[in-house]
Design a protein around this ligand. Structure first.
Ligand code: PLP
Length: 393
């Protein structure tokens, strides 16, 4: 018996464990201090009332013989897929419900989509990066190459010349850098993918935070994407579903590679390894896309966006370089006075009692950078920002 030795190639990810350890040590030694956490990537506001109501109704329906549901369809109920397609149509992107597969969140599909691709494909990710794209491909034994995100390109990597890749993971708005691709930038990636016979796995988990009209909400807003892209999306940040679990993947029916239809391959994979999303959760997901659902989730999104604006405007005042904060819940800043990521982490914790996330945990281009998030509550965000301003002025 042998195990998958590719796991030996994973780099231990100490980032969040180390953040928690240093924070807890500090709190233990300084019990009188109020520590504010702006490092969290989880939402804090509750589900919208219409969503809760739909989930309750869904649960009740399961308790009645006439409306009981057993195994759901692998790809999700049609009324949910139709609601998602209508949502896309609302910002001018035409997707058929038949191209949507409902799932239990974007992490599962971003980690599992590699099942349908050969092991000898070369994968390209941006650096810094959401670690799932890297680790899932290391587990599969694939070669990984990097596209640099840095201050020169506003932490929105563009296709490197002369480097060929077969599978490209893009995330816009980006975790961790908060940058969002413009139409012009994304066009370059689409052209690159079509020219190289590559596929883009486009993670749009934060699309609902986009306000700039020159940043697409979906890769399918651009011509040429239907022949090279798969889009992943999630209700986690859009509607507070981090604990409820629901997302969706879009695969255009005409997407083909290596003589195979990609939707059909993924459907076959899902039919083998996935048994769908529960009825109450799909009822709740559909409620997100109702008119009232959209109005209610907007209130939460606006709350987080205002937190982001408050953090970003403090950095403007301090003259600190950053990306994000506008079309994204993340603010990615250059550590002041040439400090390293962990050095700044300790400095901020000890002197302002504020916790963030060291950028180097997301890749080598994150060295000297730091991530703050807008998912905290308003009062704490305002207080943290005041402390940061006082410290760094
Ligand atoms: N994709 C990105 C870029 C994320 O940042 C996250 C969560 O932080 C996810 C996917 C996971 O989403 P889900 O909760 O839908 O699994």
């Amino acid at each position: 018996m042998r195990v998958n030795k590719n796991f030996d190639n994973l780099v231990p990810n100490y980032l969040f464990a180390e953040v928690a350890k240093r924070t807890n040590d500090y709190i233990e030694k300084n019990p009188d201090k109020k520590v504010i956490k702006l490092g969290i990537g989880d939402v804090t506001l509750p589900l919208a009332p219409v969503v809760v109501e739909a989930m309750k109704q869904g649960a009740e329906e399961l308790g009645i013989k006439e409306s009981f549901k057993g195994y759901p369809d692998y790809e999700g109920y049609e009324f949910v897929r139709k609601a998602i397609a209508d949502y896309y149509a609302g910002f001018g992107v035409e997707i058929s419900p038949d191209e949507i597969l409902v799932n239990d969140g974007a992490k599962s599909d971003s980690g599992n989509i590699g099942d349908i691709f050969a092991q000898d494909n070369t994968v390209m990710v941006t650096d810094p990066v959401y670690p799932v794209y890297v680790d899932s491909n290391i587990m599969a034994g694939r070669k990984i190459v990097y596209a640099d995100s840095n201050a020169e390109n506003g932490f929105a990597a563009l296709p490197p010349k002369d480097v060929k890749a077969d599978i490209i993971y893009l995330c816009s708005p980006n975790n961790p850098t908060g940058s969002a691709y413009t139409f012009d930038q994304l066009r370059q990636w689409i052209d690159y993918a079509n020219d190289n016979d590559a596929i883009i796995i486009y993670d749009a988990a934060y699309e609902a935070f986009i306000t700039d009209s020159d940043c697409p909400r979906s890769i399918f807003a651009l011509d040429g994407a239907r022949t090279c892209a798969i889009e992943l999306c999630s209700l986690s940040k859009t509607a507070g579903f981090t604990g409820t679990r629901c997302g969706y993947t879009i695969i255009p029916k005409e997407l083909e590679r290596d003589g195979h239809n990609i939707y059909k391959l993924w459907y076959r994979r899902e039919a083998t390894k996935f048994n769908g999303v529960s009825w109450p959760v799909q009822r709740a997901a559909a409620a997100v896309f109702s008119e009232e659902g959209q109005r209610q989730i907007r209130q939460n999104l606006d709350y987080y966006k205002e937190n982001a604006r408050i953090i970003a405007s403090a950095l403007d005042e301090l003259g600190i370089y950053y990306t994000g904060g506008k079309n994204s819940p993340y603010i990615w800043l250059r550590c002041p006075n040439g400090m390293g990521s962990w050095e700044f982490f300790d400095f901020l914790l000890e002197n302002a009692n504020v916790v963030g996330t060291p950028g180097e945990g997301f890749g080598s281009n994150g060295k000297g950078y730091f991530r703050l998030t807008s998912f905290g509550d308003r009062e704490n965000t305002v207080e943290a920002v005041e402390r940061i301003k006082k410290l760094l002025k």
